[in-house]
Design a protein around this ligand. Structure first.
Ligand code: ADP
Ligand code: MG
Length: 341
């Protein structure tokens, strides 16, 4: 086992991840995996945090803060208090436990219920010491409950991104001006991050490719976590590579970074909402981001993975019955044709 994709096996039957579930190949069933060949010993440590992040450490931490309260009681009172809510995606809701710095609770809405939570044990996951922090889980109960490594920073898009996308798909509602402006501001801030921040992310993706079989979920820009203060850029939300869609490696590369940072699915809608001056700015700062990505990718040997991205967006369209994601991506590639063609 390696870095844990947080959704494997417990995906929402009704979301786009489901269509890819069949093709997940558990690492231990793959005789030729790099990991198995390397015979990497699994140990409890974490490179990004330069400290040990694992279930044992989590329990110690929990005990020191919450004394003799049981873990299940702490979890239930945490998720029942809206103040602890951090964010949600298509599948899961995520919460911070009061007083706990480095871990989060992740609840998959379709699969979690209080009864199974109380009845089933929480099982620790051994950690792949060569994998950086991609928000992977350190324990789960196999029924939609996970404890994950926290990544410091803020998500890179609107908190209600899944809802916005559904509205855009069904054309029930466009984007509000304020929302477009917020996205412009986030992209602008990111463009101002030093080259080193982009380099660090590229280095982590290089490690992900080298030491794990996990693929970044490029769909939702909220899977990019940006830390303004420390100028770090991280990614959360992984799944296993899939072979069924006919894609060939590389899965994680230049376009994973571009797509999470600029969100092709909302890009043109955001652009259309802005003033002419803001539109020019959006293009300028986006180009700066793309340039920094290319420099970083070059340093760490990342390749273009646009074809894989197209397959993912195509899968989304097939599943949702709206011809939305792939055309939006094609349009995005046209806008940046001189850089991304
Ligand atoms: N490890 C993490 N560190 C920081 N924020 C996180 C982490 N995991 C999740 N979040 C926040 O919670 C949101 C939903 O979590 P995610 O695991 O991406 O759910 P989904 O699989 O439904 O997309 C994220 O977009 C992010 O805002
Ligand atoms: Mg997500």
């Amino acid at each position: 086992m390696l870095i844990q994709p947080i959704s494997i096996g417990y995906v929402n039957q009704n979301n786009y991840k489901h269509i890819r579930q069949k093709s997940f190949i558990p690492e231990n069933s793959k005789p030729n995996s790099d990991i198995n060949q390397l015979g990497v010993p699994f140990s409890y440590s974490n490179i990004s945090f330069k400290q040990k992040l694992n279930y044992c450490d989590f329990l110690k931490n929990l005990h020191s803060v919450h004394k003799n309260k049981s873990i299940k009681n702490i979890v239930l009172s945490t998720i029942n208090n809206k103040e602890n809510f951090i964010g949600s995606g298509f599948t899961a809701d995520v919460y911070a436990i009061p007083g706990i710095e480095n871990y989060l609770i992740r609840i998959e809405r379709k699969n979690f219920n209080t009864k199974s939570f109380l009845e089933n044990p929480i099982i620790p996951e051994l950690q792949n010491e060569l994998a950086p922090n991609f928000g992977q889980y350190i324990a789960s109960n196999n029924y939609g409950f996970f404890i994950t490594k926290k990544v410091q920073g803020e998500s890179h898009s609107l908190p209600n991104w899944p809802e916005v996308i559904e509205n855009l798909e069904t054309k029930t509602q466009g984007l509000k001006y304020k929302e477009a402006e917020l996205i412009l501001n986030k992209i602008t801030k990111l463009s101002e991050f030093p080259q080193q921040s982009f380099d660090e992310l590229a280095k982590n993706i290089q490690k992900l490719n080298k030491y794990t079989d996990c693929e970044i979920d490029i769909m939702n820009p909220n899977n990019l976590i940006v830390d303004e203060q420390n100028k770090t850029i991280n990614i959360i939300d992984l799944w296993y590579k899939h072979s069924e869609n006919g894609s060939i490696a590389p899965f994680n590369g230049i376009d994973s970074m571009v797509n999470l940072m600029l969100d092709p699915l909302t890009f043109k809608t955001v652009y259309d909402k802005l003033s002419h001056k803001q539109q020019d700015k959006l293009i300028k700062v986006s180009e700066q981001i793309i340039e920094k990505i290319f420099i970083a990718a070059d340093k760490f040997g990342l390749e273009r993975n646009r074809e894989n991205a197209k397959i993912i967006y195509g899968d989304v369209d097939k599943h949702s019955d709206f011809n939305f994601a792939l055309p939006a991506y094609e349009k995005f590639l046209e806008i940046f044709a001189d850089k991304l063609a």
